[in-house]
Unconditional design. Structure first.
Ligand SMILES: Nc1ncnc2c1ncn2[C@@H]1O[C@H](COP(=O)(O)OP(=O)(O)OP(=O)(O)O)[C@@H](O)[C@H]1O
Ligand SMILES: Nc1ccn([C@@H]2O[C@H](COP(=O)(O)O)[C@@H](O)[C@H]2O)c(=O)n1
Length: 253
Protein backbone atom coordinates (compact mmCIF):
# COMPACT_ATOMS: atom_id res chain seq x y z
CA UNK A 1 0.00 0.00 0.00
CA UNK A 2 1.42 3.38 -0.99
CA UNK A 3 1.63 5.75 1.95
CA UNK A 4 -0.10 9.06 1.30
CA UNK A 5 2.12 12.09 1.87
CA UNK A 6 0.51 14.83 -0.18
CA UNK A 7 -1.46 17.79 1.14
CA UNK A 8 -0.90 20.65 -1.34
CA UNK A 9 0.82 20.75 -4.77
CA UNK A 10 4.30 21.34 -3.26
CA UNK A 11 3.79 18.35 -0.92
CA UNK A 12 2.58 16.25 -3.82
CA UNK A 13 5.74 17.20 -5.71
CA UNK A 14 8.07 16.28 -2.84
CA UNK A 15 6.19 13.02 -2.46
CA UNK A 16 6.46 12.29 -6.20
CA UNK A 17 10.20 12.94 -6.45
CA UNK A 18 12.25 10.62 -4.20
CA UNK A 19 15.30 12.66 -3.26
CA UNK A 20 17.70 9.83 -2.35
CA UNK A 21 18.18 6.09 -2.83
CA UNK A 22 16.51 4.98 0.46
CA UNK A 23 13.34 6.87 -0.54
CA UNK A 24 13.38 5.19 -3.97
CA UNK A 25 13.72 1.74 -2.38
CA UNK A 26 10.96 2.43 0.16
CA UNK A 27 8.59 3.48 -2.60
CA UNK A 28 9.34 0.33 -4.63
CA UNK A 29 8.98 -1.89 -1.54
CA UNK A 30 5.59 -0.35 -0.78
CA UNK A 31 4.19 -1.46 -4.15
CA UNK A 32 6.14 -4.73 -4.59
CA UNK A 33 3.29 -6.99 -3.39
CA UNK A 34 1.05 -5.66 -6.15
CA UNK A 35 3.74 -5.08 -8.82
CA UNK A 36 6.23 -8.00 -8.86
CA UNK A 37 8.49 -6.04 -11.25
CA UNK A 38 9.15 -3.55 -8.43
CA UNK A 39 10.84 -6.41 -6.53
CA UNK A 40 12.95 -7.19 -9.65
CA UNK A 41 14.05 -3.56 -9.85
CA UNK A 42 14.95 -3.63 -6.15
CA UNK A 43 17.04 -6.76 -6.62
CA UNK A 44 18.99 -5.13 -9.46
CA UNK A 45 19.40 -1.95 -7.38
CA UNK A 46 20.77 -3.89 -4.41
CA UNK A 47 23.37 -5.59 -6.62
CA UNK A 48 24.64 -2.51 -8.39
CA UNK A 49 24.57 0.50 -6.07
CA UNK A 50 27.56 -0.43 -3.94
CA UNK A 51 30.33 0.86 -6.21
CA UNK A 52 29.62 4.33 -7.56
CA UNK A 53 33.10 5.86 -7.80
CA UNK A 54 33.74 7.28 -11.20
CA UNK A 55 36.83 6.70 -13.30
CA UNK A 56 39.15 9.27 -14.87
CA UNK A 57 37.18 9.82 -18.09
CA UNK A 58 34.56 12.58 -18.37
CA UNK A 59 30.82 11.95 -18.06
CA UNK A 60 28.62 14.12 -20.28
CA UNK A 61 24.81 14.06 -20.03
CA UNK A 62 22.38 15.26 -22.72
CA UNK A 63 18.95 16.48 -21.69
CA UNK A 64 15.99 18.07 -23.43
CA UNK A 65 12.42 17.60 -24.57
CA UNK A 66 11.59 14.79 -26.99
CA UNK A 67 12.86 15.33 -30.55
CA UNK A 68 15.37 18.01 -29.61
CA UNK A 69 18.08 15.77 -31.13
CA UNK A 70 19.50 13.86 -28.15
CA UNK A 71 19.65 10.47 -29.93
CA UNK A 72 21.21 12.04 -33.02
CA UNK A 73 23.86 14.07 -31.21
CA UNK A 74 24.75 11.47 -28.55
CA UNK A 75 25.43 8.87 -31.28
CA UNK A 76 27.58 11.37 -33.20
CA UNK A 77 29.53 12.40 -30.08
CA UNK A 78 30.06 8.75 -29.17
CA UNK A 79 31.59 8.14 -32.62
CA UNK A 80 33.67 11.33 -32.54
CA UNK A 81 35.15 10.66 -29.09
CA UNK A 82 35.22 6.88 -29.17
CA UNK A 83 33.03 7.07 -26.09
CA UNK A 84 30.58 4.72 -24.37
CA UNK A 85 26.92 5.71 -24.91
CA UNK A 86 24.41 4.93 -22.13
CA UNK A 87 20.77 5.92 -21.77
CA UNK A 88 18.13 5.97 -19.08
CA UNK A 89 16.22 4.03 -18.12
CA UNK A 90 18.97 1.41 -18.55
CA UNK A 91 18.38 -1.65 -20.74
CA UNK A 92 18.21 -4.07 -17.76
CA UNK A 93 14.94 -2.52 -16.53
CA UNK A 94 13.49 -0.87 -19.63
CA UNK A 95 11.30 -3.90 -20.43
CA UNK A 96 9.16 -2.92 -17.39
CA UNK A 97 8.78 0.71 -18.39
CA UNK A 98 5.23 0.41 -19.77
CA UNK A 99 4.07 -1.22 -16.51
CA UNK A 100 5.38 1.68 -14.41
CA UNK A 101 4.26 4.34 -16.91
CA UNK A 102 0.66 3.29 -16.19
CA UNK A 103 1.09 3.68 -12.40
CA UNK A 104 0.40 6.79 -10.28
CA UNK A 105 3.15 9.41 -10.34
CA UNK A 106 5.03 8.44 -7.13
CA UNK A 107 5.48 4.83 -8.33
CA UNK A 108 6.22 5.83 -11.91
CA UNK A 109 8.90 8.31 -10.79
CA UNK A 110 10.40 5.83 -8.33
CA UNK A 111 10.97 3.54 -11.32
CA UNK A 112 12.80 6.26 -13.30
CA UNK A 113 14.74 7.35 -10.20
CA UNK A 114 15.79 3.72 -9.62
CA UNK A 115 16.88 3.63 -13.26
CA UNK A 116 19.18 6.59 -12.60
CA UNK A 117 20.87 4.81 -9.65
CA UNK A 118 21.31 1.63 -11.69
CA UNK A 119 22.66 3.69 -14.58
CA UNK A 120 25.11 5.39 -12.18
CA UNK A 121 26.87 2.10 -11.55
CA UNK A 122 27.12 1.49 -15.32
CA UNK A 123 28.46 5.02 -15.80
CA UNK A 124 31.01 4.57 -12.99
CA UNK A 125 32.33 1.37 -14.54
CA UNK A 126 32.41 2.72 -18.10
CA UNK A 127 34.19 5.93 -17.05
CA UNK A 128 37.26 3.92 -16.07
CA UNK A 129 37.66 2.91 -19.74
CA UNK A 130 36.45 5.78 -21.96
CA UNK A 131 34.46 9.05 -22.00
CA UNK A 132 30.80 8.38 -21.18
CA UNK A 133 27.89 10.00 -23.00
CA UNK A 134 24.49 9.71 -21.29
CA UNK A 135 21.10 10.24 -22.93
CA UNK A 136 18.89 11.53 -20.06
CA UNK A 137 19.67 11.15 -16.34
CA UNK A 138 18.43 12.72 -13.09
CA UNK A 139 17.54 16.12 -14.58
CA UNK A 140 14.91 14.45 -16.82
CA UNK A 141 13.33 12.64 -13.88
CA UNK A 142 13.20 15.83 -11.83
CA UNK A 143 12.10 18.22 -14.60
CA UNK A 144 9.27 15.97 -15.84
CA UNK A 145 8.08 15.30 -12.29
CA UNK A 146 8.04 18.99 -11.38
CA UNK A 147 6.26 19.95 -14.61
CA UNK A 148 3.65 17.22 -14.12
CA UNK A 149 2.90 17.97 -10.48
CA UNK A 150 2.67 21.77 -10.81
CA UNK A 151 -0.07 23.26 -12.98
CA UNK A 152 -0.39 26.53 -14.85
CA UNK A 153 2.42 28.80 -15.94
CA UNK A 154 6.07 28.83 -14.91
CA UNK A 155 5.42 31.33 -12.11
CA UNK A 156 3.78 28.46 -10.21
CA UNK A 157 6.99 26.40 -10.15
CA UNK A 158 8.92 26.15 -6.87
CA UNK A 159 11.24 29.17 -6.62
CA UNK A 160 14.76 29.17 -8.07
CA UNK A 161 17.14 27.52 -5.56
CA UNK A 162 14.36 25.34 -4.10
CA UNK A 163 15.57 21.93 -2.93
CA UNK A 164 13.63 20.11 -5.71
CA UNK A 165 16.19 21.44 -8.21
CA UNK A 166 19.12 19.94 -6.27
CA UNK A 167 21.05 16.90 -7.46
CA UNK A 168 20.62 13.96 -5.01
CA UNK A 169 23.66 13.77 -2.73
CA UNK A 170 24.01 10.02 -3.13
CA UNK A 171 23.86 9.90 -6.95
CA UNK A 172 27.00 9.90 -9.13
CA UNK A 173 27.42 13.36 -10.68
CA UNK A 174 28.28 14.02 -14.30
CA UNK A 175 31.02 16.48 -15.30
CA UNK A 176 28.83 18.32 -17.80
CA UNK A 177 25.09 18.45 -18.56
CA UNK A 178 24.05 19.86 -21.94
CA UNK A 179 20.42 20.89 -22.39
CA UNK A 180 19.36 20.82 -26.05
CA UNK A 181 16.64 23.35 -26.83
CA UNK A 182 14.80 23.99 -30.09
CA UNK A 183 11.93 26.32 -30.96
CA UNK A 184 8.42 24.83 -30.63
CA UNK A 185 8.01 25.09 -34.44
CA UNK A 186 11.25 23.23 -35.20
CA UNK A 187 10.44 20.57 -32.60
CA UNK A 188 6.98 20.07 -34.16
CA UNK A 189 8.65 19.68 -37.59
CA UNK A 190 11.05 17.08 -36.22
CA UNK A 191 8.29 15.17 -34.45
CA UNK A 192 6.20 15.13 -37.61
CA UNK A 193 9.17 14.07 -39.73
CA UNK A 194 10.04 11.28 -37.29
CA UNK A 195 6.44 10.02 -37.28
CA UNK A 196 6.68 7.75 -34.19
CA UNK A 197 3.78 7.23 -31.77
CA UNK A 198 3.53 10.08 -29.31
CA UNK A 199 4.16 9.45 -25.61
CA UNK A 200 1.36 10.48 -23.24
CA UNK A 201 3.52 13.42 -22.17
CA UNK A 202 4.15 14.38 -25.79
CA UNK A 203 0.42 14.43 -26.48
CA UNK A 204 -0.05 16.59 -23.40
CA UNK A 205 2.70 18.94 -24.53
CA UNK A 206 1.09 19.33 -27.91
CA UNK A 207 -2.16 20.31 -26.22
CA UNK A 208 -0.49 22.38 -23.52
CA UNK A 209 2.46 24.60 -24.31
CA UNK A 210 2.59 25.58 -20.61
CA UNK A 211 3.59 22.02 -19.77
CA UNK A 212 6.51 22.26 -22.24
CA UNK A 213 7.52 25.61 -20.75
CA UNK A 214 7.44 24.17 -17.21
CA UNK A 215 9.70 21.28 -18.25
CA UNK A 216 12.25 23.57 -19.92
CA UNK A 217 12.19 26.07 -17.07
CA UNK A 218 12.66 23.25 -14.54
CA UNK A 219 15.67 22.02 -16.52
CA UNK A 220 17.06 25.56 -16.45
CA UNK A 221 16.67 25.77 -12.65
CA UNK A 222 18.46 22.51 -11.91
CA UNK A 223 21.57 22.99 -9.78
CA UNK A 224 24.78 21.36 -8.83
CA UNK A 225 25.31 20.51 -11.68
CA UNK A 226 23.34 23.06 -13.67
CA UNK A 227 22.49 22.47 -17.33
CA UNK A 228 24.43 24.31 -19.98
CA UNK A 229 21.95 25.25 -22.72
CA UNK A 230 22.76 24.44 -26.37
CA UNK A 231 20.77 25.96 -29.22
CA UNK A 232 19.92 22.78 -31.16
CA UNK A 233 17.97 24.52 -33.96
CA UNK A 234 20.89 24.54 -36.44
CA UNK A 235 21.86 21.59 -38.66
CA UNK A 236 23.03 18.28 -37.15
CA UNK A 237 26.61 19.10 -38.20
CA UNK A 238 26.56 22.52 -36.56
CA UNK A 239 25.03 21.20 -33.32
CA UNK A 240 27.68 18.48 -33.17
CA UNK A 241 30.45 21.06 -33.66
CA UNK A 242 29.08 23.26 -30.84
CA UNK A 243 28.70 20.30 -28.51
CA UNK A 244 32.23 19.00 -29.17
CA UNK A 245 33.66 22.48 -28.50
CA UNK A 246 31.79 22.62 -25.16
CA UNK A 247 32.99 19.17 -24.14
CA UNK A 248 36.59 20.10 -24.98
CA UNK A 249 36.26 23.35 -23.04
CA UNK A 250 34.74 21.83 -19.89
CA UNK A 251 36.21 18.33 -19.71
CA UNK A 252 39.75 17.02 -19.64
CA UNK A 253 40.13 14.99 -22.84
N1 LIG B 1 19.96 19.35 -35.87
C1 LIG B 1 18.95 18.75 -36.47
N2 LIG B 1 18.38 19.29 -37.56
C2 LIG B 1 17.32 18.71 -38.18
N3 LIG B 1 16.77 17.53 -37.79
C3 LIG B 1 17.30 16.94 -36.71
C4 LIG B 1 18.41 17.51 -36.00
N4 LIG B 1 18.70 16.69 -34.96
C5 LIG B 1 17.83 15.66 -35.01
N5 LIG B 1 16.99 15.81 -36.07
C6 LIG B 1 15.88 14.92 -36.44
O1 LIG B 1 14.82 15.16 -35.51
C7 LIG B 1 14.19 13.94 -35.14
C8 LIG B 1 14.33 13.75 -33.61
O2 LIG B 1 15.71 13.62 -33.28
P1 LIG B 1 16.19 12.64 -32.14
O3 LIG B 1 15.50 11.30 -32.26
O4 LIG B 1 17.69 12.64 -32.19
O5 LIG B 1 15.65 13.40 -30.85
P2 LIG B 1 15.58 12.91 -29.33
O6 LIG B 1 15.80 14.14 -28.52
O7 LIG B 1 16.50 11.76 -29.10
O8 LIG B 1 14.10 12.42 -29.16
P3 LIG B 1 13.52 11.41 -28.03
O9 LIG B 1 13.83 12.00 -26.70
O10 LIG B 1 12.05 11.42 -28.32
O11 LIG B 1 14.14 10.06 -28.27
C9 LIG B 1 14.89 12.83 -35.95
O12 LIG B 1 14.12 12.57 -37.10
C10 LIG B 1 16.24 13.45 -36.32
O13 LIG B 1 16.77 12.93 -37.53
N1 LIG C 1 15.98 9.61 -16.47
C1 LIG C 1 14.74 9.63 -16.98
C2 LIG C 1 14.46 9.23 -18.29
C3 LIG C 1 13.18 9.29 -18.78
N2 LIG C 1 12.18 9.72 -17.97
C4 LIG C 1 10.78 9.74 -18.47
O1 LIG C 1 10.71 9.16 -19.78
C5 LIG C 1 10.28 10.09 -20.76
C6 LIG C 1 11.19 10.26 -21.94
O2 LIG C 1 11.74 9.08 -22.37
P1 LIG C 1 12.32 8.91 -23.86
O3 LIG C 1 12.61 7.46 -23.97
O4 LIG C 1 11.24 9.41 -24.78
O5 LIG C 1 13.54 9.75 -23.95
C7 LIG C 1 10.25 11.44 -20.10
O6 LIG C 1 9.07 12.03 -20.54
C8 LIG C 1 10.22 11.13 -18.61
O7 LIG C 1 8.89 11.09 -18.17
C9 LIG C 1 12.44 10.08 -16.66
O8 LIG C 1 11.53 10.48 -15.91
N3 LIG C 1 13.73 10.04 -16.20
Amino acid sequence: MLRSCARGPQDALRCALPAALPAVCDRLRECAARIPEAREVLTILEKCTKQQCKGDFPIVVFEGLDATGKTTVTQAVKDALDAVLLRSPPACISQWRTIFDDEPTPIRRAFYAAGNYILASEIAKASTQAPVIVDRYWHSTAAYTIATEINGNVQNLPPVQDGVYQWPEDLLKPDLVLLLTVSPEERARRLEHRGLDKTKEEAEMEANSLFRQRIEESYRRMMNPACQEVDANPSKEEVLKTVLQLIKKHCAL
